[in-house]
Ligand binder design. Sequence first.
Ligand SMILES: Cc1ncc(COP(=O)(O)O)c(C=O)c1O
Length: 390
Amino acid sequence: MELAIEQMDTVLATNQRTMLEKDTREQIVFSTPCTENYTDPVLAVSEQRLRGNARSFIAAMPRVRPHFAVKANPDANILQIFKEEGCCFEIASSAELQAMVDLGANLETVFYSNPIKSPASIRQAAAAGIQWFVVDTPEEVLKIAAIKTDAKLYVRTEVSNEGSVWPLAGKFGASLSGITAIIEAAKSVGMQITGVTFHVGSQCANINNWIEGIQAAKNIFSQLEANGWTPELLNLGGGYPVQFTGAEPAIEEIGMAINTALETIPESIQIMAEPGRFLVGSAGCLVTQVVGIATRDEKRWLYLDTGTYGGLMELAEGFPSNIVSQRTGESSLWTIAGPTCDSIDVVGEHSLPSNMEVEDMVFITNLGAYCTTCACDFNGFPAPKMAMVD
Ligand SMILES: Cc1ncc(COP(=O)(O)O)c(C=O)c1O
């Protein structure tokens, strides 16, 4: 594999050297141990990257406590590393709750941020000691009230998701009238709402969304105070982007804008965020292999040993990506597909050397988040396994 790395260096050196190319090369280099005795796809995850990402987030926003969104990658080693780096956690299900118990996390600092929770999962969370639960409908308030009347509630407000690659608006987030209805529901069951959250959409390049969210939260705090409640929590949600094209704002730039907007939030209010993709995305490089090549009506197809079902769902939905092979040579457009017999298992059109061959290795960088966690073994093709590397 040394040769592959040298070749990769040549490929990247022939282009103008940018930070992004350097980053791609580094990700490929850290994933190369996984190509020795290769049999099935592997997600190589760099421990140093995980630690580095957590440290940059904390340095960029010293007042904001990061609660890793476990859904992005619930691997136990990753959770342990983030715990060591001083992160807390955000969960969305009973399985993620169990991961917190197994980790030995302080459950009072774990936030249950899925706006729609089953009664059974609320019961489990309450029994385990979870205190904070999100709500974005009056129905959810009543559901929680029937199980845990002393729960601490934070309301999720709608916010612009413009400029995010993976918007979450519409399915979640209460409108202004919705917030009023939620407050009324809480009053009717003797509960209080003392926190506010929002989500700007995943892989968000529009810093203004966070600033608008903070302003919306301040307005809601006034509403809460008008009801005699004391605001305690501002949760800035997730959405912080990884670098695919270099056009995405850096965490330091986002941090500067957020820090300024937070200056008017009283010190008594605890501020947290729920970064998922930013903390883990750039730490993961998927190592995969070409299993077939075909020309169909002039179109060149490249079949990998993993695809839409095997962790590449976001790519198949048009998410930005960085796909690189060990081979040098002139590039051409390939239609990349996964190995299953299903027609939706097509990842999209990407540029790769025109002389690609079966059994060539292909590296897909920035896949630490929402890859293995969204993968299954449909058709008997194994979902990528994870391997921690330095
Ligand atoms: C409630 C909540 N918090 C945090 C996240 C993490 O978002 P991201 O990975 O974009 O940072 C998500 C993602 O869907 C979410 O639903």
